[in-house]
Structure formats: structure tokens, C-alpha cells
Design a protein around this ligand. Structure first.
Ligand code: 5GP
Length: 350
């Protein structure tokens, strides 16, 4: 057993220091990012926010609403026919990820859909991206589809980011073990990594190889999205912040014939397992929970709040472009995690 005494931070542990600047107004801040991907050689341009591939949030309606500026990672439970209908009738491929897990049947579905409609982006999603099998699976998808931009995860440490970019030949690595709003991995297994530090360390590793990272999970406010981007995330994926909108699918709670709330649950929760896997397997614990979120109307208003927050943050630190936000950022530590003081020394009590 070892203890890592180095201070690791979550979103709540920091704020961003304002800086004097000559920058024009916040309206002039450029939010668009343009990326060229390491292994697919493809390019993408837009505002780097992605709707999570949770079955309530990563929906076809969400993809229509966020297109063309932002992206949607479609959940993996749509049938081949619905995906074909969607991709045939709408030119949204630039802003949509097809999601698959690590089952042969999911790879088969990718083959069938891609053969007919030529996808651009895929997300290979596993709760635990640390297995050798997962890296080999990503590698296998890459070999078969050299032209697709591949996002793969989740992991939270730099050595696995490098492994997925180099051996797996992914383009974007998804970062986040345990930070999700309806995730219970940290309480059920004690495994996790504070998300702000995970982003800082993983972005550094990825950028050194010309790869990209997507910060996935733990953003509850526009300010958290700003912190993720300022920490070096190339994309930020959102679940809970996009839940409860008209574009979501799922069970709505109504009062007097009007929507008031929506059921929102983790994809590893008992609810999701019942729905898609015929119940919880007897060798594993649910690592997600169910909650309700209030109805919030069309997603456009929330999106405006998020992009407004990013714009304003850029203006506060003197970044004319979102691209410059990270290098213009100084995080200030505003809450000391219990038991830890600076210089990596442990302290009893705290
Ligand atoms: P949020 O934006 O809601 O904080 O986090 C969304 C992310 O939480 C998802 O994109 C996914 O990576 C993660 N997630 C979703 N469902 C579960 C779950 O049941 N268990 C765990 N451990 N993570 C989940």
C-alpha cells in the first residue's frame, strides 16, 4: 500500500483569479475551437460542449437542439433502424457521436450503421477504461475504422491517457472516474480521482502527444464548466446539467397535466440495469443512483447560460478566445481539503 500525499483538487477547491486586461467586451470573445485529431486526421470546429450518452440526455432531440455548435453523444440503446432514419434525414453527423460499449453486438451495429450513412465520430464507453481488454478493443475499432474520430474512456490518470492515445489510437480520451452527479462509484468502491486534478494532469499528458481530452462528469454549474476548460479540457461532457429539458427522453413526473420533474439515473444504477440488462448481475453493486430533476423547459436557455458563463470568464481573465482561457488562468485555492496542508505534508485533524 502507498499513500500519495500530493494535493489533488476538485472543482469546489478553486476559483479563478481575475486579471487586468485590454480585452474587448465579452460579446467579442471567440468560443469556437478548431481541432485536428491525432489518429483519424479529421477536423472539428465548434463550442466544445458534449451532451452525455446517458439514455435520458444523449437523445436525438438533444442532437438536433445542440447542432451545429455543440455536440451530442447519442446513447447506445437506439436501434439500428432509428439511427439510420436519423442520419439519413438530417445532416448532423458533424456534431454527433455514435456510442458503443465493449460488446461484439455493439461493434456489429457500428459496422451496419457506418456502412450506410458514413459516421464521423464514435465514442467507446466503458465504466472502467483501465483494462487491457478495453485498450485492445479501442485498437480493434481503430484498425477497422481508420477514418473515424474515436473518443474513448473513462480514465483519470495520465499513463492511461497515453496508453489509449498511443496503443489504442484514440483521438480523444474521456476523463472522469467517479465525479458524475448520479454516480456512486466513490461511495461503493472508494475508487476515484478529484476531477480538476484529473483534467489538469490528463490534459497535459494528452497535449504532449497532440491528443485531446474530454472532461466527463462533476459539472453542476456554468462555473464548473469554466473550471474544466480552464484546467485544460478540450471538451466538457454534461449529464445532469442537461437533464430535465424538453429534449430529454424518460419518465416525466406531471402535476395537473404539466411536466414538473424528470427521473434521472446513472447508467450503472439499478434502474438502468433493470431497463437494459434484465436486472443487476449478482457479482456487482449498482454504481449509480436515481434522482429527480426539475423540469427546465427547452435546453436553449441553459446552453445560453453556459456559453455566457464561459464568455464572461474569458473576459475576466483577459482571454480573447476560449483557446487562451487555460493559459490566462490562475486557480486560487479556496478550500483546504481536510488533513492536508501545502508542501504535501499530512496533518492530523485538518
Ligand atoms: P454529470 O454531468 O451528471 O455530473 O456526469 C455525467 C457522467 O457521469 C456521464 O457522462 C458518465 O460518464 C457518468 N455516469 C453516468 N451514469 C453513471 C453511473 O451510473 N455510474 C458512474 N460511475 N458514472 C456514471
Amino acid at each position: 500500500m502507498r499513500i500519495d500525499y500530493e494535493l489533488k483538487l476538485d472543482f469546489d477547491d478553486v476559483l479563478i483569479r481575475p486579471k487586468r486586461s485590454e480585452s474587448p467586451s465579452r460579446a467579442a470573445v471567440v468560443l469556437r475551437r478548431d481541432y485536428e485529431f491525432l489518429n483519424s486526421g479529421q477536423t472539428w470546429g465548434g463550442i466544445p460542449i458534449i451532451a452525455s450518452n446517458m439514455d435520458t440526455v444523449g437523445t436525438l432531440s438533444m442532437a438536433r437542439a445542440l447542432h451545429p455548435e455543440m455536440m451530442t453523444c447519442l446513447h447506445k440503446y437506439y436501434s439500428e433502424e432509428s439511427l439510420l432514419d436519423f442520419f439519413r434525414s438530417e445532416e448532423l453527423r458533424q456534431s454527433v457521436f455514435f456510442t458503443l460499449g465493449i460488446q461484439d453486438s455493439e461493434l456489429e451495429k457500428l459496422r451496419a450503421v457506418h456502412r450506410r450513412v458514413r459516421l464521423k465520430h464514435v465514442c467507446i464507453d466503458a465504466a472502467n477504461g483501465y483494462t487491457k481488454y478495453f485498450v485492445q478493443w479501442v485498437q480493434r475499432v481503430r484498425e477497422e475504422f481508420p477514418e473515424l474520430t474515436i473518443m474513448a474512456g473513462n480514465v483519470a490518470t495520465p499513463e492511461m491517457v497515453q496508453e489509449l492515445l498511443i496503443t489504442g489510437a484514440a483521438d480523444i480520451v474521456k476523463i472522469g472516474i467517479g465525479p458524475g452527479s448520479v454516480c456512486t462509484t466513490r461511495v461503493k468502491t472508494a475508487v476515484g480521482y478529484p476531477q480538476l486534478s484529473a483534467i489538469i494532469e490528463c490534459a497535459d499528458a494528452a497535449h504532449g502527444l497532440r491528443g485531446h481530452v474530454c472532461a466527463d462528469g462533476g459539472c453542476r454549474t456554468p462555473g464548473d464548466v469554466v473550471k474544466a476548460l480552464a484546467a485544460g479540457a478540450d471538451y466538457v461532457m454534461l449529464g445532469g446539467m442537461l437533464a430535465g429539458h424538453d429534449e430529454c427522453e424518460g419518465e416525466w413526473i406531471e402535476r395537473d397535466g404539466r411536466r414538473v420533474a424528470m427521473k434521472f439515473y446513472g447508467m450503472s444504477s439499478a434502474t438502468a440495469m433493470e431497463k437494459y440488462a434484465g436486472g443487476l448481475k449478482n457479482y456487482r453493486a449498482a454504481e449509480g443512483r436515481e434522482t429527480t430533476v426539475p423540469w427546465r423547459g427547452p435546453v436553449a436557455a441553459t446552453i445560453q447560460e453556459i456559453s455566457g458563463g464561459i464568455r464572461s470568464a474569458c473576459a475576466y481573465v483577459g482571454a480573447d478566445r476560449l483557446k487562451d482561457l487555460s493559459k490566462c488562468t490562475t486557480f486560487v485555492l479556496c478550500r483546504r481539503p481536510p488533513g492536508v496542508v501545502s508542501h504535501g505534508t499530512a496533518m492530523l485533524g485538518g
